[in-house]
Write a protein that binds this ligand. Structure first.
Ligand SMILES: *Cc1c(COP(=O)(O)O)cnc(C)c1O
Length: 478
């Protein structure tokens, strides 16, 4: 595919501006020494360029996207439309409270509903993503411990099945990470946890259901062990899609939680678009929350600063239109709809897992939640075909690959999350394709080693692409 710069032709324009009469000459020192390379294109050139780029991408709107841990579900278009209403997009964060009461009401109502869904007492909508929420939640814990005079509590316990952002956020927030192993069933090893807690424990970070798609049945015991040692419990709520409307982190014993509105609550993601990672907490932590929150008084909605606030973690009030979409999503589904959607997410994952078992090996063969993990270790031993080969080959069938080589504790892992918005036909078709790929592994492994066969780019050097990406076009005269 040609780049905009390669399509450029000197003098090609779309808009012709009338000649200027007044010319202001800038001081010489402000002028460029070289002419700026701007592509010269017509409107149709630009349109075709972006349409071609869009066609090279795979989104939920193109087909199945079972990327485990990412909840790539279909987001209803109506929520996009609501978030594009001029009353939301044309306001400025510095406007007077009384002129933007509707927007404040959105923030207030979203907080209220998310509090109810998570079982928390207070919520901030400031953080811009899941990892940012983790960081914020950990700063909250840190500030609380400092105020209490317990700064010696520096350890955050993280199970080995955790999402990579958990230990990273803990370190960024100034804590030390203590890893504990999972037990045979993929849950937290209670003995290891009992050994790990002590006077230096600040808290535990946990995802439940975890990144293996398993709900930890010992959760109440786990949070009790941490609390008895004087630590706090942090819930990574990025996987709330599996449990919303059914169980609440607040009732499981967690003190603090972040959500991923861009996973669970209807904002398209992947590709770096705006996200939102609200952080909820129990009452004893709420005075430390960041930024400004909204409260409802007799004369309307008003901003207030939590009394001992940690300060800002994001400009103004976070990614507002993502919150609009979340509110629209929650209100259109309603209490029953929210519950039904998590139920179907779990049903779809279990159905797909059972069908995949006809060929593949499930890493933890038990009822899963919203996602499940296969181990292709055995297939690799027998055929030489790896999880990577199978994932790459699935691209030729118009599917997005499953998550590869994660979680780290499963060898040759492929992790599937079909999500509730897929129907049985789509899942059956995916299973049929994976069955075909399984057979191909025995018949023609080289075909799979060389897959994909239909994509523009097949097997980039991933380390090179991640460490030394070429993001800028180089001109001949540079
Ligand atoms: C996606 C995810 C995160 C990180 O969220 P981002 O918005 O990508 O920063 C954290 N934990 C879990 C379990 C996740 O699935």
């Amino acid at each position: 595919m040609k780049l905009l710069f390669e399509r450029s032709r000197k003098g090609r324009r779309e808009v012709l501006l009338p000649p200027v009469s007044d010319v202001y000459t800038l001081d010489e020192k402000y002028l460029r020494k070289k002419t700026l390379h701007l592509p010269e294109l017509s409107e149709v050139d630009i349109d075709r360029n972006y349409t071609e780029l869009a066609k090279q991408c795979h989104g939920v709107n193109d087909g199945f996207y079972p990327l485990g841990s990412c909840t790539m579900k279909y987001n209803p278009s109506v929520n996009e439309e609501l978030a594009s209403l001029k009353g939301f997009t044309d306001i400025h964060p510095l406007e007077e409270e009384e002129d933007v009461q509707g927007a404040l009401e959105v923030l207030y109502k979203a907080e209220e509903l998310l509090k109810e869904i998570t079982g928390m007492d207070a919520m901030t909508l400031s953080p811009a993503a899941g990892a940012h929420g983790e960081y914020t939640g950990l700063l909250l814990i840190r500030k609380y411990l400092q105020e209490k005079g317990e700064s010696e509590r520096v350890n955050i316990i993280v199970p080995d099945s955790a999402h990579g952002t958990n230990p990273a956020s803990a370190v960024m927030a100034g804590f030390k990470v203590v890893n504990i192993p999972s037990n045979e069933e993929g849950g937290v090893d209670l003995e290891a946890l009992r050994k790990a807690v002590g006077k230096d424990t600040a808290g535990l970070m946990l995802t439940n259901p975890n990144t293996l798609g398993l709900f930890d049945p010992n959760i109440l015991e786990i949070t009790k062990i941490v609390h008895e040692a004087g630590g706090l419990c942090y819930y990574d709520g990025a996987n709330l899609n599996a449990v919303m409307g059914r169980v609440r982190p607040g009732d499981m014993g967690f003190d603090c939680v972040h959500l991923n509105l861009h996973k669970t609550f209807s904002t398209p993601h992947g590709g770096g678009g705006p996200g939102s990672g609200p952080v909820g907490c129990k009452g004893f932590l709420q005075d430390y929350l960041p930024g400004r929150r909204v409260e409802k008084r007799e004369d309307g909605y008003h901003f207030f600063k939590p009394v001992k606030t940690m300060g800002q973690v994001r400009s103004f009030y976070g990614n507002f239109t993502v919150v609009v979409k979340a509110l629209a999503y929650i209100l259109t589904l309603g209490k029953e709809g929210i519950r039904e959607s998590s139920g179907k997410a779990v049903l779809n994952a279990n159905y797909m897992m059972h069908r995949m078992k006809e060929d593949y090996t499930v890493a933890y063969d038990t009822t899963c939640m919203h996602e499940f993990v296969l181990s292709l270790e055995d297939l690799k031993k027998k055929t030489g075909v790896s999880a990577m080969d199978i994932a790459k080959a699935s691209l030729d069938y118009g599917m997005h690959p499953a998550t590869m080589y994660f979680p780290l504790i499963v060898h040759e892992a492929l992790m599937f999350e079909p999500a509730e918005t897929e129907d049985k036909d789509t899942i059956d078709e995916a299973v049929r394709i994976y069955h075909e790929l399984y057979q191909k592994a025995f018949e023609d492994p080289d075909y799979l080693h060389n897959a994909p066969h239909t994509c523009m780019i097949g097997r980039p050097d991933e380390t090179e692409a991640a460490r030394n990406p070429i993001l800028r076009y180089t001109f001949e005269d540079e």
